[in-house]
Design a protein around this ligand. Structure first.
Ligand SMILES: Nc1ncnc2c1ncn2[C@@H]1O[C@H](COP(=O)(O)OP(=O)(O)O)[C@@H](O)[C@H]1O
Ligand SMILES: [Mg+2]
Length: 277
């Protein structure tokens, strides 16, 4: 899907005004084309004790695709995303990330886990490490990158999320929005194929939500595959290829955002939207 380039403002003609240098139009944001399946979820069931939490979830997400998952509290959104990141076991079904089965032989399962990055509601930065150290720890210890290379790459990522100047500070010295952007940079430092977000802005003060969503939007247009649990409707409308509506451990409806928000097909989707819109 491509977007029309932004209209150029009409040149203002005024004999008195000096010729101002024309401001270049921002580059049109173009979505990268979707690729082959990146995450394949087939018939996944999960129970906590006797409670059936995921009740047969099927979902395939393509390379470069962005899906936003919506649904009432307790519907299993976090559980699903945690299963994809191997943070939770599931009892039935199959999940593959870039072709690697999470329940495959150990090497394959490890490869699948390495390909996913995750951002949590509560940032989960290591409080005793600087922002830069938070971003270099896993690349150095897990990927065995030399410190210098890991630091250079981390600095590039911190610049990319617009907090390069915060690199030597500790998490507690940053605002919530800055901490969440640091958490995003830390995930990106592992070079994931897909990024998972579990309500990344819901712990933030309202004035910081925008800066985090902006970084996520930039990442989306750079081609990252993203699975995002969020009730930020403007983000879903702008970024999602598909909205996934979950209720009671099932996917009830999948639709492009325009269609989902204007004309939801399922009664449960309509009822949910009427409560949150
Ligand atoms: N560790 C756990 N042990 C038992 N039940 C859990 C656990 N985590 C979540 N649940 C239950 O699983 C259901 C789905 O939770 P969750 O995936 O967090 O929903 P959502 O993210 O959509 O709000 C809820 O009923 C919740 O109480
Ligand atoms: Mg949740």
């Amino acid at each position: 899907m491509t977007r029309a380039p932004a209209k150029k403002p009409a040149a203002r003609k005024s004999a008195a005004a000096p010729q101002a240098a024309a401001t270049p139009a921002p580059p049109a944001r173009v979505r990268p084309a979707l690729g082959p399946p990146c995450v394949e979820i087939e018939g996944v069931h999960k129970w906590y004790g006797d409670t059936h939490i995921l009740r047969g979830v099927d979902l395939s997400i393509r390379d470069n695709e962005k899906v936003v998952i919506l649904g009432p509290s307790g519907s299993g959104k976090s559980t699903l995303i945690r299963c994809v990141n191997a943070l939770e076991p599931y009892q039935e079904g199959r999940i593959k990330v870039v072709g690697c089965d999470l329940k495959g032989p150990p090497k394959e399962a490890t490869a699948a886990r390495r390909k996913t990055g995750m951002v949590f509601q509560q940032f989960n930065l290591f409080p005793h490490l600087t922002i830069l150290e938070n971003c270099t720890l896993a690349p150095m210890w897990v990927l065995k990158k030399p410190r210098k290379a890991a630091e250079e790459e981390a600095m590039e990522l911190l610049e990319r999320v617009h907090i390069g100047e915060q690199a030597r500070k500790y998490p507690a010295q940053l605002s919530g929005g800055q901490q969440q952007r640091a958490a995003i940079a830390r995930s990106l430092a592992m070079n994931p194929e897909i990024m998972l977000f579990d309500e990344p802005t819901s712990a933030l003060d309202p004035e910081m939500v925008g800066e985090v969503l902006e970084v996520m939007t930039e990442m989306a247009y750079e081609g990252m595959t993203m699975m995002v649990i969020s009730h930020e409707m403007s983000f879903a409308r702008e970024v999602a290829d598909r909205v996934i509506f979950m209720d009671e451990g099932e996917i009830v409806e999948i639709a492009p955002p325009d269609q989902f928000f204007s004309n939801p097909k399922h009664e449960r989707s309509r009822e949910f939207l009427s409560r949150i819109l």
